[in-house]
Design a protein around this ligand. Sequence first.
Ligand code: HAM
Length: 414
Amino acid sequence: MRDITAPESLRWRRFVDVFESTVSAAGYELVIPPLLEDIGVFTRLGEATDVVTKEMYDFVDKGERHVALRPEQTASICRSFVEHRPTTPFKAWYSGPNFRYEKPQRGRYRQFDQVGVEVLGSLDPYVDVEVVQLGWIFFSSLGLQQVDLAVNSLGEPEDRAAYVAALASYFNERLDELSPESQQTLSRNPLRVLDSKRTQDQGVIAEAPLINSFWSDGAAAHFETFCNGLSTVGVPFSVDLKLVRGLDYYRGTTFEYRGGTLDSAQNALGGGGRYNGLVADLGGPDTPGVGFAIGLDRTLLACDDEGVFPAPAQHADVFVVDVCDGSDALLICSELRSSGIRTERSWDSRSMKAQMKAANRSGARFAILIGEDERASNTALIRDLRSDAEQISVPRNELLATLSTYLSSLQGAE
Ligand code: HAM
């Protein structure tokens, strides 16, 4: 777990702002689920999911309730849906931290932020298209160019079950060829063996049965409409029939956005899919769902690699240098800030030289100087810190108007 400090923290904030404008343009509404839920909400993610079995931060609280810090937010949104029963289709977006007890490394932390969307209450394959396209638009709004979209379908629940059984018997036949880690994974979740990046497993995985021969007609038709829809709206993708996702609730469509510049073990910027049984598992009416989550860390790493979406510069407009007792700076800061001018000052009656140094460091365009003369004549000096122009003296009651004019003419020039 880390502190996110400035200027990176400003970048995080802006990341969420860009996401919000992308998804609110499509009518998604913000849901802020709690960080902590009854553990039962997350055990529904599946007993074969590492996130549940190995990585959960769970504890018994003072009221003897077994609770957990959320490892993701899809289950929380579904729990919230069951509780509040909004009209469907319900289109939600969210952002915020999640917790997984994973081995920390570049792009993988124990507390990490995601942004995401979920749509509950529609089986229409065009919802899948809308959702996937929103993620795509978001990445391009950040300026990212090297994102690959992989899509797959895990079929109807029966298709998936038949496929898992076929995979299990295939891998069991070739058990000796698999790495010890994949042999272990096989006993818990045969699908996840397909995810192994170990060299030893690659030969066996390459010849494994593929999900598309298990698709029912309905699943195949849904997938075809989904893929055609993506093409219609100009979202490029590739079909990856071995794409399985880490969470167990997926049925039907699955997808992943991969960063072209990132190391393949850690290149998933985000992903999602359909989870048509989850709301019912949480005690609600049978309600289909589809959504995705995008991780901030990896997406920002990809932005660094591509040299896009830099941390926003945050500098003052004006720095007040008061070499009397600081009380004029108090008033001037208050007046300018309430008019929206970013204003800074020094403290502790520092020398003129020290205050000017701070003014230059603040990035402010103008310094306002108050000495004994200005104080006595109720004036202020304005000095442009980025030009050799003479400083000018203005009556104190004209300071705000003069600065506003200067700043807006600079803005116009930018
Ligand atoms: P997920 O694949 O577990 O899916 O996570 C989505 C993204 O969150 C990942 O691609 C990655 O960028 C980021 N992420 C996951 N774990 C970490 C970590 N330990 N450190 C940093 N980033 C991480 C879900 O969470 C699903 N809820 C997505 C979804 C929404 N499916 C349907 N709706």
